[in-house]
Design a protein. Structure first.
Length: 271
């Protein structure tokens, strides 16, 4: 088993509280590392866990967890935790987790989860949509879809995301979140494999040859997986193709590095 065997890798630094009297990571923490990797696996599939599994009609319950130790991790080590789905049964999923320090394999964890009806606590057949998304991801593909269109076409889903992020999460007044530019803007929305909206943004004209991007929002449960960059790149490309020579945006200060990585340059003082 090698790091390259995993498409999904999470980086974890060993904390002092995870080291035992032998000055190595206490054995139970390897299961915690595996659980962190599994949580992020759903994020990589762009599945906000609670909403997605509610739509799928069940939950995943742990049935089996085993660990095989090859070497020890120590305080301050930076670990790469890889996870992959290696088997899909009728009602269960089997995951394999490899925990590495550099190129050295420290631990292998096997996890088996059963898809369960939470009301009667009985196993359910794995949903075809879930199996399809896992197959696509593990084969190097994606089930994400970006749609661009008018407010009439995409407004309901764009508004749903913006209400969750800007109004409920950040406290922006609802009455100023939806404005007079929405009906004339081009909107982009990214959908996951369940057709749930997970990221959005809009493009408006701000002057001759100038486009402005704004209202960028990503579902809290799937941030950090380049969905915002997917929206941003598409809107920049649209602006370029329609002949705009400049693209501007107003952004929150905490998002400055995100836009800097996309090629934007800060200008002026923060409001």
């Amino acid at each position: 088993m090698q790091r390259e065997d995993f498409r999904a890798l999470e980086r974890i630094e060993v904390r002092w509280s995870e080291v035992d009297a032998q000055k190595v990571v206490f054995n139970a923490h390897y299961l915690n590392y595996a659980d962190i990797a599994l949580t992020n696996y759903w994020r990589r599939l762009a599945l906000p866990y609670e909403a997605s599994f509610a739509q799928l009609g069940g939950e995943l319950f742990a049935r089996k967890a085993t660990t095989t130790f090859h070497a020890s991790a120590r305080y301050g080590d930076v670990l790469d935790v890889g996870i992959r789905c290696v088997k899909q049964g009728n009602t269960s999923l089997q995951f394999e987790v490899g925990i590495f320090s550099g190129l050295q394999l420290l631990n292998v964890v096997e996890l088996v989860y059963v898809f369960v009806d939470t009301k009667v606590h009985q196993p359910l057949a794995l949903p075809d949509d879930l199996k399809r998304m896992i197959d696509a991801y593990e084969s190097g593909g994606s089930t994400l879809q970006l749609k661009a269109g008018s407010w009439n076409d995409l407004g309901r889903d764009a508004e749903r995301l913006r209400m969750a992020v800007f109004v409920r999460e950040q406290g922006v007044p609802r009455e100023i979140e939806i404005d007079e530019l929405d009906p004339v803007a081009l909107h982009a929305v990214v959908y996951n494999g369940l057709q749930q909206p997970v990221a959005t943004g809009r493009l408006v004209t701000a002057g001759k040859g100038v486009a402005r991007i704004g209202r960028m929002a990503v579902d809290k449960g799937v941030r950090g997986c380049n969905l915002g960059r997917m929206v941003l790149d598409h809107l920049v490309q649209v602006a370029r193709e329609r002949g705009d020579t400049e693209v501007i945006l107003h952004a929150q200060c905490h998002a400055q590095e995100f836009y800097r990585r996309a090629g934007f340059v800060p200008f002026g003082e923060p409001d």
